[in-house]
Design a protein around this ligand. Structure first.
Ligand SMILES: [Zn+2]
Length: 389
């Protein structure tokens, strides 16, 4: 009898517990739907309260919270995203993989809010003790780059390679170049030389490094050496011509040898490295076109580019060659047009930029911006794609 009584009591307790769980599930679903309604009604603060209340006592809503947090961040409501992710991180008994993910998301919120020191603290903890140190280290590289803390960015790259991520000598070479540029700006030539040596140690035949070595030589009064570097850059990294042209011209002037400038351009044409339109365009972009050889290239651009041919054809009398003064005026006018448009496009992610940047603002790749090698008069939406020269 005693045994049966105990059994009956046990059954009763089990049934009561099952009923309690069923009601809790129903309540939770109702609260969940209420939260969704608030979200759809754009009452995001109330939605947040409801969802945070659910997270306090329920494992199954974790995915919803991650989705909600990233939704808030994407919409720019970073403070709400931070509250969602802080709530998750603070939950007792959370599985390690969920805690790591919540900490990573919280760090991303902090990066978005510009609270880099807080993000860094979380990510360093994840890099030391988390299950996926590579992801945390990649964000740490990003923070260091955003803050222009180049030694730290290089150190994080080293840690990345220590956890099996392939090395990125190109990125580190750019960090050294950033430091070399800063050293050149304060005329600390020894430091600049040292950084450039380190850049070369990471990446041989490096266009940006060669440009800066030319700059260093020029600043130290050795234009002949500078000319060698610049000429090497345009031969090997023709896409940097717009950056190098004014430097090349200045070094030739400093060396008292203007012919060397023309020889460099002729060499590019003879070896088929670039064509006249590309040289003309680089010259227009760089603002350095007051030179007979370049004006010759501009003349050819006016003939070969269909938009420009129609335009200049309408302005100049038929059969009359434009004079140098007219070409200069056209080049100056084109420069005004070009400066108002995106002149560079990332070859990796396709983002446009009106200025030349070594690091793409979109995908953060280094040295992937290329001059858009034609003048684009059409509105961006109407363009058929990246045009060729
Ligand atoms: Zn990009």
């Amino acid at each position: 009898m005693v045994f049966t009584g105990t059994l009956a009591a046990g059954w009763g307790a089990t049934a009561a517990y099952a009923e309690y769980r069923r009601r809790r599930r129903v309540r939770r679903r109702e609260r969940y739907l209420e939260g969704l309604r608030f979200l759809l009604d754009d009452n995001r603060e109330r939605a947040l309260e409801v969802f945070l209340g659910l997270a306090a006592n329920d494992d199954e809503t974790i995915d919803t919270h991650f989705a909600l947090g990233s939704l808030y961040r994407r919409r720019g409501e970073v403070d709400r995203a931070i509250r969602v992710h802080q709530h998750l991180v603070a939950r007792p008994g959370l599985q390690p993989r969920y805690r790591d993910a919540a900490m990573t998301e919280l760090a991303r919120d902090y990066i978005r809010a510009g609270l880099y020191d807080r993000a860094e603290k979380l990510l360093l903890e994840l890099a030391d003790h988390g299950g996926e140190p590579a992801a945390a280290l990649a964000y740490l590289v990003r923070i260091a780059e955003l803050q222009h803390d180049w030694p730290q960015a290089a150190a994080m790259h080293e840690r990345l390679s220590s956890v099996g991520v392939p090395e990125q000598p190109g990125a580190i070479a750019h960090y050294y170049c950033e430091m070399a540029e800063a050293a050149l700006a304060r005329r600390d030539f020894d430091a600049a030389r040292e950084y450039l040596r380190s850049a070369r140690g990471e990446q041989e035949d490096f266009g940006r490094g060669a440009i800066l070595r030319g700059d260093l030589a020029r600043m130290e009064g050795d234009p002949q050496v500078a000319l060698q570097f610049y000429r090497r850059v345009v031969r090997r990294d023709f896409h940097l011509l717009a950056l190098v042209l004014p430097r090349l011209a200045e070094a030739a002037r400093q060396a008292g040898d203007p012919d060397v400038f023309h020889d460099s351009l002729r060499e590019l044409l003879q070896n088929g490295v670039g064509n006249r339109s590309e040289i003309a365009y680089a010259a227009i972009v760089s603002g350095y076109y007051d030179d007979p050889v370049i004006l010759d290239c501009v003349r050819e651009l006016l003939v070969t580019d269909s938009d420009l041919r129609d335009l200049t054809g309408a302005l100049l009398p038929a059969g009359v060659e434009p004079t140098e003064a007219q070409l200069r005026s056209v080049a100056a006018a084109l420069r005004n047009v070009v400066l108002r448009h995106a002149r560079y496009r990332c070859s990796v992610c396709g983002i446009d930029s009106s200025t030349f940047l070594w690091q793409c603002p979109g995908c953060k790749s280094w040295d992937t911006l290329r001059a858009v090698a034609a003048l684009e008069f059409l509105p961006r939406a109407a363009r058929p794609g990246a045009p060729s020269a």
